[in-house]
Design a protein around this ligand. Sequence first.
Ligand code: GLP
Length: 261
Amino acid sequence: MEILILPTPADVGRAAAGVIAAVVANRPEAVIGLATGSSPQGIYRDLARRVDAGEIAFERARGFALDEYVGIPQEHPQSYASIIARDVVEPLGFDPSLVQVPDGRASDLDLAARQYQAAILAAGGIDIQILGIGTNGHIGFNEPTSSFASRTRIKTLALRTREDNARFFATPDEVPTHCLTQGLGTILDARALVLVAQGEQKADAIAAAVEGPVSAFVPASALQLHEHATIVVDEAAASRLRLTDYYRYTYDNKPKWQRTH
Ligand code: GLP
């Protein structure tokens, strides 16, 4: 894994955007795995800036959202379909017909999950997957004890996740109890992963994911099994890592030709 520790959340967004921009510059029809939540917002802002500056275009790129709540209407402002449309598709200029979100309103959720998984395969797989991390170490909505072999499926949200996400809803009870999420196996199938985290509240999860044992108890530790994973964190999220000197030294000595950020 490449671990990048940067001074501020804005630096995190810029650096991770650089990784994605390099993929799209090389392959304008790239398939991008899109995360929601607050963590990747800086990435989307920086990519939108690059689009506005004419440096990059997403009109031929394809997108697959990482997850979606079950049971809230698509037009609900907190559905991931709404968030992806608002924060990603519009500002980055994706063709909406090339961006998919799991259908959390499907009458047959199991079928919807399998169809979503098949659609990712049919698109040739994901070139680069954007990830945040939950305070309990989840990625997507793969809660602790999710199988590393899992593919897109229905999951029950952990109580901690429902509490963490209550800030987006009028009342805690409004937070859905279930979701459809790409599995850890789906995420590991992507050709590259970029995970971002900011703030002290993510420090334990980052330390466990990066330096702890590979364990389904910490779903983000699955990144240790991926050959091309970049983890971009600010100082606060890095504050419980032990090998920070080595990560900084590695970054400072990274050859120019390898740099995207
Ligand atoms: C959310 C999402 C994840 C996200 C995580 C952290 O509920 N399903 O994809 O990475 O939890 O959220 P945030 O970035 O808002 O802290």
